[in-house]
Design a binder for this molecule. Structure first.
Ligand code: NDP
Ligand code: MG
Length: 389
């Protein structure tokens, strides 16, 4: 029986690479559902190539034109709207839901998928940043496996295979350092979104590429590792590793360090999440350690304030990571539009964290309210800074 896969966010960087993996293993996987937000033409093209049972366009404004593009394939059901995402993940035939949507919007369908007992291949790290505790509780309650797609967490997960009985001493979370690793503070004042979008080692969607340039992405990944592997943040060490070859490592009580290495290629962690515990052939480059010096450096938290804000949010706990995430989504989009400077992003996030309502024991409803409130505050702060410039 082929595994039926639902890809939330199939038109994005992770989504298209996942389709490449599925194409290479068509004997094992079948696409049950594909979803997108705006790129309905790409979604329709994917539907023609993969013939899923259903497709969903989250932005309802694109429903009519999408339906028209699909008129020659009446067997593919076409749905629109956010609620349709929550409903489609529950469809009986689905075995695995790959959460490759970006941002807070991924939270609700992920919760629905867990409640419907679907295996989760988790790329949407914002889900764990915002509501890690709730997601872990639900996964336990519904006996659902969450397999990490993020390359670092996949590396940690691989390093932990066969180590169930052994305590983790420390997680070594690697980070490329992004395109501005060597920039001075003065240079950072002037960098633009176009500069930030040139990531040295990975090709990813725009939002995560900016998060990688500010190192907010690494702060998010500390939270992601904390929830996925049950290790407190003070035992997760961030190492700048510009080559992105050692994808992360685990140190055990006897001093052994196990790591996973490979050329940067997201198809590997995507495939591993889909096929675990099996490994399958993957085409692509192989690592040549003779040609590859490996460096490890400490991150500069004073230069990359977003990383230190993420640690602050972890230490505060409660809904603070949700506040951090919402403010970050606002300034990240603002920076890409040219409405916020690179260094201004951390300032707005910091002020939003100071102003938004703190809740030490949030539930789902609190996360929804917090997200809305923090977005409003961050947008006001960002627009205020713009008009006083
Ligand atoms: P992209 O921006 O490339 O793709 C995002 C996908 O989500 C697109 O299909 C997009 O649709 C859809 N989408 C965006 N907003 C919404 C919304 N509000 N509702 C429903 N669907 C939406 O992102 P990436 O593929 O780079 O990243 C996806 C997730 O994976 C992120 O959480 C990221 O942090 C994580 N991740 C990504 C990595 C990478 O290498 N790219 C590595 C590790 C983690 P449309 O195309 O129509 O806009
Ligand atoms: Mg990563």
């Amino acid at each position: 029986m082929k595994k039926q896969v639902c890809i939330l966010g199939s038109t994005g960087s992770i989504g298209t690479q996942a389709l490449d993996v599925i194409r290479q293993h068509a004997d094992l996987f079948e696409v049950y559902c594909l979803t997108a937000n705006d790129r309905y033409e790409e979604l329709a093209a994917q539907a023609h190539a993969f013939r899923p049972a259903a497709i969903v366009i989250a932005n309802e404004a694109h429903y009519q034109p999408l339906q028209q593009l699909m008129s020659d394939m009446p067997e593919v059901k076409v749905y629109a709207g956010k609620d349709a995402l929550d409903q489609i993940v529950e469809a009986d035939p689905i075995d695995i839901v790959l959460t490759a949507m970006v941002g807070f919007a991924g939270l609700s369908p992920t919760i629905h998928a867990i409640r419907a007992r679907k295996k989760i291949a988790l790329a949407n790290k914002e889900t764990l940043v915002v509501a890690g505790e709730l997601i872990c509780q639900l996964a336990l309650q519904y006996h659902v496996d969450i397999l990490p797609v993020d390359s670092e967490h996949c590396a940690i997960f691989q390093s932990l295979v066969g180590e169930d009985q052994n305590e983790i001493d420390k997680i070594l979370l690697t980070c490329s350092g992004g395109p501005f690793r060597l920039c001075s503070h003065e240079q950072l004042e002037r960098v633009t979104a176009a500069d930030a979008l040139k990531h040295p080692t990975w090709e990813m969607g725009a939002k995560i590429t900016i998060d990688s340039a500010t190192l907010m992405n690494k702060g998010f990944e500390v939270m992601e590792a904390k929830w996925l592997f049950g290790v407190p943040a003070d035992r997760i060490q961030v190492l700048i590793h510009p080559q992105s070859i050692v994808h992360s490592a685990v140190q055990f009580m006897d001093g052994s360090v196990k790591a996973q290495l490979g050329v940067p290629d997201m198809r590997l962690p995507i495939q591993y999440a889909l096929t675990f515990p099996k490994r399958l052939h993957l085409d692509g480059d192989r690592l040549d350690l003779f040609r590859q010096p490996l460096e490890f450096l400490e991150p500069d938290m004073s230069k990359f304030k977003c990383l230190s804000l993420a640690y602050d949010a972890i230490n505060r706990g409660g809904n603070m990571p949700c506040i951090l995430n919402a403010a970050n989504e606002v300034v990240n989009a603002g920076f890409r539009r040219g409405d916020c400077s690179f260094l201004g992003m951390a300032d707005v996030i910091e002020q939003t964290m100071a102003q938004a309502t703190f809740d030490a024991n949030p539930d789902y409803e609190v996360y929804i309210q917090t997200d809305a409130e923090a977005r409003r505050i961050a947008a006001e702060l960002m627009n205020g800074r713009q008009t006083t410039r």
